[in-house]
Design a protein around this ligand. Sequence first.
Ligand SMILES: [Zn+2]
Length: 442
Amino acid sequence: MTTTWQPLPAAQDEVVGLLADLIKIDTSNWGDSAETVGEIAAADYCAERLREAGWEPEVFTTSSATRAGVYLHIAGTDPAAPALLLHGHLDVVPAMANDWSHPPFSAELEGGFIWGRGAVDMKDMDAMILAVVRGWGFTGIRPRRDVVVLFLPDEEAGSGHGSHWLAANRPEIFRGVSEAVGEVGGFSVTVRDDLRLYPIQTAEKGIRWIRLRATGRAGHGSMLHDDNAVTKLCDAVTRVGNYEWPLRITKTVEAFLDGLGSAYGVEFDPQEPEELLRRLGTLGAVVGATMRNTANPSMINAGYKHNVIPSEAVASIDGRVVPGYEEEFESTIREIVGDRIVVETAVSDIAIEAPFDTATVDLMAAVLRAEDPGARTLPYMMSGGTDAKAFSRFGINCYGFSPLQMPADVDYWRLFHGVDERVSISGLKFGVRVLDRFLRAC
Ligand SMILES: [Zn+2]
């Protein structure tokens, strides 16, 4: 870590206004492209802010004229170094204004916070990227590595109109990129006044959304009936829902549990990790799902009249797989449901795990400690999916590192997709300093 680092003069002041502007552009992702129309305005906004600082970004559209993002390639000072991808998504999950104490798209500043949808997921990071890259533009500072900046649409609905589209249609963007930095990680979890954990996302579970389909003989509900599709389906669904998946603790999760155990002074027994998780509350609930495959029944469709037995019944199962245990998921499901049920794949995406004993991850820890002497990083696996899945197809190692210092009494995970999403202004400025330091030293 060099001692000559000087913060960019205006970036920390600018970031507040940049985030407020982005929150005010309603980019709610409703799934359907006819309703999801705000991304183009957000993309234009980001591109315009970059142009003001002398950059020449490209606004691209994907599957239709309003599904848009921004691409900027920044040449570093060392042409031999592999490029780093720096990415944020522009869309947000919808918000029901009646539930909120501050209107979700007005970006009110109150109590030291900026309030609004996207404040932590992830317009905060978008604004930090803009502030830092604008700062480089105004001052002539350049990073060592090439930095590929992407602002993306459609992350909140599976990225089919965003990163997956880009990976399939614009692969040249990713040439020479070895690592990527985006969501979800780098935020603080306060243990004590002098100890804050900063989980860095190094792995993601895979997605296996499946349908179970049972068929039988249609008939009248008043008669004896031994081939009932609804009965067969419900039997299978019950077995799937009640199945206890075995613990499958990967390198990432083991390192995370070790780090948690030592931070909280709790013994971590690899055979009995549930005990540690119970004592950790919300954080424990988040990581609990990363220790095994899961398969949760979520929808059942069958029948159309009370006295008619239908010939078909279908259930939806939300399955999530631990990296390396994809095959176990498939074979276990088939075994559980039996051969009278047809198993179909609705949505499938890969699980990923990146190494964390690397210079880049060490640097993340060092820059956090430089700005917060009480910082301690630890790798973790996320149970959901992000744009990282699309990038990892190119062999890119992906990390969730959107640095943010959270007040001790504000729980990051409750704000994520939650009501009254907000970010502290001092925590956001902290993030700008950390991100700038990291990118310049990387
Ligand atoms: Zn997100």
